[in-house]
Design a protein. Structure first.
Length: 406
């Protein structure tokens, strides 16, 4: 099987990009032929097909005048359509798997894939098909639907990066998707990575229901020596941004004996360092061995998200190391935390409830912790194993190819 993998970035910027690269590796290991298409970027990894990559500079890096000129490309990029046509003509893929295509590649590639009868599988890493900013978050309040206002609320409230211009562009793109461009006619199969996100989308459009599969993200299950080590600190891994709930987390640790380590960087880092007590340590950005060591040395991984998180890799990776998780009850997080067995949940945005759970986790016995560690590792093997993931993914590709041939 020859698979065309499409993603905006050809370097790891976020969770969707990691899934993109992991999928390429897994498919190659299973003997599939993989072709890639992305945008040009100075941070890109080497790629055999880079001569096809699309010139689509980050809009945030452009001058104001050039930002205005890029609005059309933001919504529909004709260069992306030409690039994917060249790839299809040369490589003749059996199926196309699309990841993050918005704000750079755009939906303009879909009619081209349809023209050449290439079945399309779209993986929904976020909510960009139903929310202009993808966060469902309005100034700390969950916001589920601005469709009735033709998405102008996004611009009015500056939902995307607190920028009026970017938010207006997102609103225009969303209006185009929902009212002008019938993207569903070009897509053979949707992949959701959580039941919660599938339910959100099905509530908006009924066509998601009969053309979708749920496939949790996967991870490499770590070799364990059976020690179920209980570290002496709690760990947060991720972007230090408002929607990740890091502000609530740091405040929940005020006055506690428990220790928190923060692995990540972001716009809130400086202000949180000033606010945090001596029991909070900021490690900066970690990756590879340094990140693995930080996870191994922790007791619990904390995922305090304050937006409709989809299927966070931080939970999945924590389990692969046998680390239980404390997560907010929001989005897809609760469906992968077995309360009291693989971790604990708390009410999103609620500092006091999070503080209570931290105290509860700190006080469990070493024997109870060891049982949670074993349960977390077992949950990872049952739900996130790479071999099982790849089998399910290939089955979805086959369903898409059958749909295209109907």
């Amino acid at each position: 099987m020859k698979v065309l993998q499409v993603n905006k970035y050809f370097f790891i910027k976020g969770g969707a990009d990691r899934v993109f690269f992991d999928t390429i590796g897994m498919l190659k290991d299973r003997g599939c032929s993989v072709i890639t298409l992305s945008t040009e970027h100075p941070d890109n990894c080497p790629a055999d097909e880079s001569n096809y990559f699309i010139k689509s500079p980050e809009i945030r890096d452009l001058s104001f005048i050039h930002k205005i000129g890029a609005i059309r490309r933001f919504i529909s990029n004709p260069e992306a359509a030409r690039a994917i046509e060249a790839v299809i003509v040369k490589e003749k893929p059996d199926v196309a798997h699309l990841h993050n295509i918005f704000n750079g590649i755009s939906l303009s590639i879909l009619p081209v894939l349809k023209k050449y009868h290439v079945p399309v599988v779209l993986m929904l890493h976020d909510a960009r098909l139903i929310c202009p900013s993808s966060l469902f978050n309005l100034r700390g309040t969950l916001c589920a639907n601005c469709r009735k206002s033709f998405f102008l609320n996004c611009a009015l409230h500056k939902c995307y990066q607190n920028s009026r211009l970017y938010s207006l562009m997102c609103a225009m793109e969303m209006f185009h998707k929902d009212f002008c461009f019938n993207y569903d006619q070009y897509i053979s199969r949707y992949i959701f990575v959580s039941r919660a996100y599938r339910n959100f989308h099905c509530a908006r459009h009924s066509f998601f229901k009969n053309k979708s599969d749920i496939l949790y993200n996967s991870t490499a299950i770590q070799e364990r020596q059976g020690e179920n080590i209980r570290g002496d600190y709690f760990l947060f891994c991720g972007r230090v941004t408002e929607e990740k709930g890091i502000k609530t987390l740091v405040r929940a640790f005020q006055g506690k004996k428990a220790h928190l380590k923060v692995a990540g960087t972001g716009p809130l880092t400086a202000s949180l360092k000033e606010e945090a007590g001596t029991n909070v340590e900021f490690l900066g950005f970690l990756s590879g061995t340094a990140l693995a060591d930080a996870i191994r040395g922790a007791s619990f991984i904390v995922v305090p998200s304050e937006w409709e998180e989809n299927n966070p890799l931080s939970v999945i990776e924590a389990y692969s190391y046998g680390k239980p998780v404390i997560g907010s009850r929001i989005g897809g997080i609760p469906e992968i935390i077995d309360e009291g067995h693989t971790g604990y949940t708390f009410t999103a945005f609620d500092r006091e409830d999070l503080s209570r759970v931290i105290d509860e986790a700190s006080c469990i016995s070493d024997e109870a912790y060891a049982e949670m560690s074993v349960a977390a590792a077992s949950f990872a093997r049952q739900n996130f194993d790479r071999l099982a993931y790849c089998d399910k993914l290939i089955d979805i590709y086959r369903k898409a190819m059958q749909y295209e041939n109907i």
